[in-house]
Design a binder for this molecule. Structure first.
Ligand code: NAD
Length: 332
């Protein structure tokens, strides 16, 4: 199987390494700045470099595209590739908004090719450990999660509404949102209340936010997003799960289960180190790429795929609307 990567920036390096670590072949790099594209391609031994996706689709030889470009390019690049019959792994957020995400889902359905959304925390060892044990916590009442950068934040296109679609919520909050939804077993959102703000820098997108999502299984998720925050209760995707029979958490990752017989709280430690050397480890992206390749080989629909990406975009849209209107927004 031959792969192309769109974008030759930060995440593209990680995806290129994930392709290498999975023994997959990178043939094509698509990047707006041709010199950057060709330097990236040369470094990775990829024979083709192109400035535009249309050019690459017409001339290059690849079966699947990994999209690591600014958010405004996710939908047009994914739809063009899907229409050409290519499988697509697109970075989070899936698109600028849910309207674009819906169009991508439809393009995938029509093409029959795989569309996967890179909600990478679903492939993390700690997240998977907690997901396997969440049933021990009884009925889940609420989750608390964090998608927050402390004392730093991104620059450039990430901070421009027209190129990113949203700020810290679309960039970081979405990791905490998807992790909460994954741990809850992918319920559907019912309503969202959110308060977003721009308090730390002069951006036209949010750099601070809290939102409360009500799910159709009765659980409620509280999620903080932000860049340049003075504090966060946990690193990216850190999520706490409160159930009727116990408590579970990520980073540090463990269960706390009250024993009714002894009236003691029994702690089951995951044994995974915290803090980590790298909070976003290469192995997580390697596992994500392995799953994408496996879905293509088997012809199965990826999860996280179009539907999971779309649900997250609906919640993000509702959060921005709620913050603007100061009202709870129902999600149909
Ligand atoms: N899952 C994760 O852990 C994670 C981490 C970082 C970024 N991301 C996501 O990956 C995407 C890219 O982020 P990044 O940090 O790599 O950004 P980046 O700015 O480092 O890289 C983006 C690249 O896209 C290129 N580009 C711009 N316009 C282009 C065009 N028209 N065609 C092709 N290339 C073009 C830029 O020149 C740049 O090289 C974003 O959607 C971001 O949210 C995900």
């Amino acid at each position: 199987m031959k792969f192309a990567i769109a974008g030759a920036g930060y995440i593209a390096e990680i995806h290129a390494k994930a392709l290498q670590n999975n023994g997959a072949s990178l043939t094509t790099v698509i990047e707006r700045f041709p010199e950057k594209a060709c330097a990236f391609a040369e470094k990775l031994g990829a024979p083709g470099c192109y400035a535009e996706i249309e050019e690459a689709l017409a001339q290059a030889d690849f079966d699947a595209l990994v999209i690591g470009t600014p958010n405004f390019l996710h939908a047009p690049q994914a739809i063009a590739a899907l229409r050409a019959g290519k499988h697509v792994l697109v970075e989070k957020p899936m698109a600028m908004n849910s309207v674009e995400a819906q169009a991508m889902a439809e393009a995938a359905q029509q093409s029959g090719a795989c569309l996967m959304v890179a909600h990478c925390w679903r492939f993390d060892q700690d997240v998977l450990w907690l997901r396997e044990r969440v049933g021990q916590l009884g009925k889940i009442i609420r989750t608390k999660g964090y998608g927050v950068h402390t004392h730093w934040g991104p620059a450039g296109w990430f901070t421009q509404q027209a190129l990113a679609g949203g700020g810290a919520l679309a960039d970081m909050g979405i990791h905490a949102l998807d992790t909460a939804r994954f741990l809850l077993g992918d319920p559907q959102p019912v309503s969202v209340y959110a308060k977003m703000g721009t308090n730390y820098k002069d951006f036209d997108v949010d750099d601070t936010g809290v939102m409360i999502v009500e799910w159709d299984n009765g659980a409620t998720s509280y999620i903080e997003s932000g860049w340049w925050q003075p504090h966060s209760d946990g690193p990216e995707a850190a999520t706490q799960v409160y159930g009727t029979r116990g408590f579970g958490r990520l980073f540090p990752t463990r269960l706390e289960l009250p024993n009714p017989q002894t009236e003691q709280v029994e702690v089951e430690e995951s044994g995974f180190a915290f803090p980590r050397v790298e909070h976003c480890p290469q192995e997580m992206y390697d596992a994500q790429m392995a799953y994408f390749i496996d879905c293509i080989n088997r012809g199965t629909t990826p999860v996280p795929g179009a539907q999971e990406g779309l649900v997250n975009m609906k919640v993000v849209d509702a959060a921005y609307q709620s913050s603007k209107t100061r009202k709870v927004v129902e999600i149909a």
